[in-house]
Design a protein around this ligand. Structure first.
Ligand SMILES: [Zn+2]
Ligand SMILES: [Zn+2]
Length: 210
């Protein structure tokens, strides 16, 4: 292909043979090309980028296989690069994590919707079971206060203090959720945690409010 170069005033310009636009003949607009006399590519950077993006979109599988092969053959080289570019690696890892998180979330959303569609009864049973199970310590402890004084029972379940007798007991997820809702103000009432119905009815605070 013949390349066209124009001269416009002081600055050399070049016409991209793909999009036909006239751009400054500098590395900001055209990438380096050793075999051309002006050492610039005949395609502008924008055209190259969109062509590459198109190629990547259409050849995901092929690129994946190629990359795997390349990584396997260049283990040492890659290790070396990682060692010399810690900042770049950090950014890359962060970006990949974010991308994967989105993917994971989308997948679990889809899975839930499918379950709901295929087996609404089962979903409800699962939810009820979850709400009646012991609350998870790491999920709920940060949302409770010194009053509930949450502690880990050693297996990840949450133990909390009864608001009346002060004894530690296992509140259900549903109880803890309600208490958290009261603490953040999205539920009305106090929904304090009581170890038993006895403590609940004996508690003067509970009786005052209800
Ligand atoms: Zn172009
Ligand atoms: Zn109690």
């Amino acid at each position: 292909m013949k390349k066209k170069t124009l001269q416009s005033g002081l600055f050399p310009v070049k016409v991209c043979i793909k999009c036909g636009e006239t751009k400054l003949a500098v590395l900001a607009y055209f990438s380096y090309h050793s075999r051309n006399s002006d050492h610039l590519n005949n395609y502008c950077k924008e055209c190259i980028n969109s062509r590459n993006a198109e190629y990547r979109k259409n050849n995901r599988e092929k690129i994946h296989i190629y990359q795997k092969k390349y990584n396997k053959l260049n283990k040492e080289k890659i290790k070396e690069w990682h060692k010399n570019n810690p900042e770049k690696v950090k950014i890359f890892v962060k970006r990949t994590c974010e991308k994967n998180r989105e993917k994971r979330r989308a997948r679990s959303r889809k899975y839930k919707q499918e379950c709901q569609r295929n087996n609404p009864e089962g979903m409800r049973d699962k939810l009820i079971k979850y709400l009646n199970s012991y609350a998870n310590f790491s999920t709920y402890a940060p949302k409770l206060t010194i009053e509930e004084d949450p502690i880990d029972d050693g297996s990840g379940s949450l133990l909390a203090k009864c608001a009346y007798c002060g004894k530690y007991f296992y509140p259900t997820t549903s109880q803890v959720k309600q208490r958290v809702g009261s603490l953040v103000g999205s539920n009305c009432g106090e929904s304090r945690l009581y170890c038993s119905d006895g403590c609940k009815t004996a508690c003067p605070i509970f009786n005052q409010i209800s």
